[in-house]
Design a binder for this molecule. Structure first.
Ligand SMILES: Cc1cc2nc3c(=O)[nH]c(=O)nc-3n(C[C@H](O)[C@H](O)[C@H](O)COP(=O)(O)OP(=O)(O)OC[C@H]3O[C@@H](n4cnc5c(N)ncnc54)[C@H](O)[C@@H]3O)c2cc1C
Length: 457
């Protein structure tokens, strides 16, 4: 094959929300695209499944204020949004199994603990405001902030044991990892990328405020359908060669595509499993060696009706006892049946995964029964998705930066390597790790590549 012959302008590797948006937008720019997806369906971390004849999100599903690009995309595709059900009381289960009902984000933990947690939240927000999301490594005090974990900060800052326990649960809920795994600088970057800590934790006014009609997977499905034959499923990319004039992208079955550019739209740990020739710069490879994915098992339990609503409960719960970290109401907009989603996160997810499917089911339903009563224990259907087992995701919600990664190797995260460009929720300075971040990253990569191909436009 001549090096001056191109099969296509651009190959996009991976069709999560980032790759889908990137391919969609490149076509809008008049650029010829092929999108290669390893799995049998598009969507990545926003993939769907049919349960009892209705679609459900196995991965990301909530959106909220400030996530302007995903709202714009939904509007463009004619997908309506609707508010997450939040009427009624939330529940916090204490370590000893006591149930505390509360509204908003402040469970009645006792005055000292409440003050302690409020103070910690205030300090995290204040510190986060000092972080530069474009170049976190240039933030004031970056090396000190990146030289400690969220755990060491909590241990030093939070005085009460129950306050420390609550913030640990918050970390598991937000990042799907233990506070000991997470760089403080990354936690602060992530908060700033969303706007504030409450933007991360809240339903109303925060990232869990709204849902998409037909689910987030429906949005991915529409983008995938729009790509038509430009989307190739069951096509894991194994090798990317680059030279001065273009790239050659080779799929598992040996098919090779010669293109002017390639956009790799997968999390760094997954992007690193592709063979690059010549090899990637040391800093880029070193960075991806350090960015493990979080650990989450998502459960979807369906019921004939949302029975917790009649008991005055919102369906949102937090548990300090576990194994469930948090739950939410995910019933259809009509409310004509009940759906509860539950998350088992961090070390608890890794631990639960070692048990038999029957044991896991029992552990999950026991916890759900403690939170919502006996009806919760007999769902019509219970679906489980352990994201760590997915061969082309290997964890979620997103990559977890340990100490030292941002300050030592951060610049390699987004910098293109010749004609290889990076997209994905991990590359976005706004809403890192979220659907909106993925959308933004796809747009940014598409615009950069299109500019190179059609500089006049
Ligand atoms: C359980 C769960 C709950 C979440 N909740 C929310 C939420 O409520 N709100 C929110 O905003 N975000 C949420 N998230 C996060 C959000 O879903 C992700 O940040 C976002 O979807 C990531 O999109 P992406 O395109 O960057 O990556 P991905 O979705 O991971 O896409 C990468 C794609 O690349 C493919 N791929 C990988 N390697 C190759 C290869 N070699 N060749 C070809 N293809 C390859 C993968 O199969 C995948 O399709 C959640 C995630 C999970 C898992």
């Amino acid at each position: 094959m001549s090096h001056h012959h191109f099969d296509i302008d651009v190959v996009v590797v991976g069709t999560g929300m980032a790759g889908l948006v990137c391919a969609h937008r490149l076509r809008r720019h008049g650029v010829d695209v092929v999108a290669l997806e390893a799995c049998h369906q598009a969507g990545g971390r926003t993939v769907g499944v049919e349960i009892d004849g209705e679609g459900a999100d196995l991965g990301g599903q909530f959106i909220g204020p400030g996530q302007d690009r995903v709202y714009a995309l939904a509007a463009e595709l004619g997908v309506a949004t609707f508010p997450t059900y939040t009427a009624g009381a939330n529940v916090l289960e204490t370590e000893t199994g006591r149930l505390l009902r509360f509204r908003g984000m402040a469970p009645k933990l006792g005055l000292l603990t409440l003050l302690d947690v409020a103070r910690a939240r205030f300090r995290l927000d204040r510190l986060a405001r000092t972080v530069d999301t474009e170049t976190p490594w240039h933030s004031p005090n970056a090396s000190a902030l990146d030289g400690q974990t969220l755990r060491s900060w909590i241990d030093r800052t939070v005085r009460t044991r129950s306050g420390r326990r609550f913030l640990t649960l918050a970390c598991q809920a937000i990042w799907a990892c233990e506070p000991s795994e997470l760089s403080l600088l990354h936690a602060l970057f992530y908060i700033k990328a969303a706007g504030s800590l409450s933007a991360l934790t809240d339903f109303e006014g925060g990232a869990q405020q709204d849902r998409l009609d037909g689910g987030a997977h429906g949005l991915a499905g529409k983008l995938a359908a729009g790509l038509g034959a430009a989307l190739r499923l069951n096509a894991p990319v194994r090798r990317i060669e680059r030279d001065d004039s273009g790239v050659t992208v080779t799929v598992d079955d040996g098919t090779a595509l010669r293109a002017k550019h390639v956009v790799v739209a997968a999390a760094p740990a997954l992007a690193a499993r592709i063979d690059y020739h010549p090899p990637l710069p040391a800093a880029r490879d070193n960075l991806s060696q350090r960015l493990p994915m979080g650990s989450v098992i998502k459960y979807i339990a369906t019921y004939p009706e949302p029975f917790w609503r009649t008991a005055g409960l919102s369906g949102a719960a937090l548990s300090l006892r576990g194994p469930i970290a948090l739950t939410a109401d995910s019933s259809p907009r009509s409310g004509n049946r009940g759906v509860l989603i539950g998350f088992v996160n961090g070390a608890t997810a890794r631990d639960l995964a070692t048990r038999s499917p029957a044991d896991r089911r029992t552990a999950f339903l026991d916890a759900l029964t403690r939170l919502f009563g006996p009806q919760a224990g007999t769902p019509v259907t219970l679906v489980e998705r352990n994201w760590n087992e997915e061969p082309f995701t290997r964890g979620a919600y997103s990559a977890v930066f340990p100490p030292g990664a941002w300050t030592q190797l951060g610049p390699a995260l987004r910098a293109p390597v010749g004609r290889i460009h990076w997209a994905g929720a991990e590359t976005s300075p706004r809403w890192y790790g979220y659907i909106d971040g993925a959308v933004r990253s796809g747009e940014t990569a598409a615009d950069a590549v299109a500019q190179d191909i059609h500089p006049s436009r």
